[in-house]
Design a binder for this molecule. Structure first.
Ligand SMILES: [Zn+2]
Length: 414
């Protein structure tokens, strides 16, 4: 089980195929369909499990019928996933205290995922938020163990009491395992976040992220090696791949937001926008696409009325492109931004809504430009490339601060 927070541009979308089961601290709680599969797997694992390090982690040796074992296995699995939810709620509780909005918590195949608007970037805050989950699991684990010892001390021979004793042992064992596993320094798992916040106290946030990601990649490779060589463990291998992809995603997001600091949308946007009219036929639209080689266009009729992209044209059968109009296929519910918006906020909006193109409108609602995800990535590459490493006393060192900044914005053109 791993527990991760999804930041901007999630690789794994948590909302697809999920059912909402309730709300805690005002946070909607979802169950992913993949989770039901893992729940059944755990019912089976618990009902058939034997013992490890002298602690019973299954109901195999319980002197009862198979039905009773499965019943206990089922109850244990449900309680275990409630403790995973408690782990996620602990992260969320701390995050809410630091003013971070939690969109939802989803229980899925890898355990829990708390989806946050952003991760607190102050080292101390991230540390407390990341550590809260494993700490909660550890406390639940220790309490369960103590309760198991108390119940065992009753000396009862009834199947019910013995079953509860085993149940407490399983909950204790898996919660302590969960706490330990999550504290591995495999960013963006909890331990990796603790590592990054520790590194952030001695270097920049970007450098700390890059170092934590480098460690995470080594950990991921080690997990795959372990999962193949030391007893085949497909779940560990899947988690390793998940860690690798998520670590790279978050490294990229951190590099982008660090380099775009101080940049506004106006500096990145294309202001000579090719627009189309809603009454343009789909065939004409495709001719425009061929001529300008752009993938999407704002639709304008006395102001912005929609946006139309290459994928919208695919909804129209080939022999109807002359008959159908742009207004039939365009997206009308358009998210717009202003030229003064910080570039980092625009990237965040694109990530959260999974859109790659945003029209830019001024305060009066007039279209003044368009900006794509690619524009931001190009800007980041250029800013990275023109960064100057200052040498004390050498010509230009005193201009370092100036050189790091992007050029002043061009005058607005309409
Ligand atoms: Zn966690």
């Amino acid at each position: 089980m791993s527990n991760n927070y999804i930041e901007t541009e999630p690789t794994f979308k948590a909302m697809n195929g999920s059912i909402r089961i309730g709300r805690i601290f005002g946070i909607p709680i979802y169950i992913n369909l993949s989770f039901l599969f893992i729940l059944l797997l755990f019912v089976w694992v618990f009902s058939q499990g034997d013992e490890i390090f002298g602690v019973r982690i299954g109901f195999l040796n319980l002197d009862a019928s198979a039905e009773v074992k499965y019943l206990f296995g089922g109850a244990t699995a449900v309680i275990f996933f409630a403790t995973i939810l408690a782990h996620e709620l602990a992260h969320s509780y701390v995050a809410i205290k630091y003013g971070v909005k939690i969109r939802h918590i989803t229980l899925m195949i890898f355990g829990g995922v708390a989806s946050m608007e952003e991760i607190p970037s102050k080292p101390g805050q991230e540390l407390r938020m990341a550590a809260a989950g494993p700490l909660t699991s550890l406390v639940i684990g220790i309490i369960s163990y103590l309760m198991m010892i108390v119940v065992g001390g009753l000396g009862s021979s009834s199947v019910g009491v013995e079953g509860i004793e085993i149940l407490l042992g399983i909950i204790g064992f898996y919660n302590i395992l969960l706490a330990g596993f999550n504290m591995l320094p495999a960013f963006p798992m909890d331990g990796g976040r603790v590592l990054r916040s520790f590194l952030s106290t001695r270097m920049s946030h970007v450098e700390a992220t890059k170092k934590a990601v480098a460690v995470a990649k080594v950990m991921a490779i080690a997990m795959v090696a372990f999962g193949i060589l030391v007893g085949f463990n497909p779940i560990l291998i899947i988690i390793a791949i998940f860690v690798y992809i998520m670590a790279k995603d978050e490294e990229r997001a951190t590099v982008i937001s660090a380099n775009l600091e101080g940049v506004t949308v106006r500096q990145v946007m294309t202001d000579a926008v090719q627009v189309v009219h809603p009454d343009t036929s789909v065939q004409q639209l495709m001719d425009v696409m061929l001529a300008t080689r752009m993938m999407g266009y704002p639709v304008v009729d006395n102001g912005l009325v929609g946006i139309v992209t290459l994928s919208d044209t695919k909804k129209v059968p080939k022999n109807e492109t002359h008959l159908r109009r742009v207004r039939d296929i365009m997206t009308v519910d358009v998210v717009t931004i202003t030229p003064e918006l910080p570039a980092t906020d625009a990237v965040k909006i694109m990530g959260q809504r999974s859109i790659s193109r945003l029209p830019v409108v001024d305060f009066s609602g007039r279209l003044v430009g368009i900006v794509t995800k690619k524009d931001f990535l190009k800007m980041v590459q250029i800013i990275e490339a023109r960064k100057v490493v200052p040498v004390w006393g050498q010509p230009g060192w005193d201009q370092f601060q100036y050189q790091q900044r992007p050029p002043p914005p061009p005058p607005p053109q309409v």
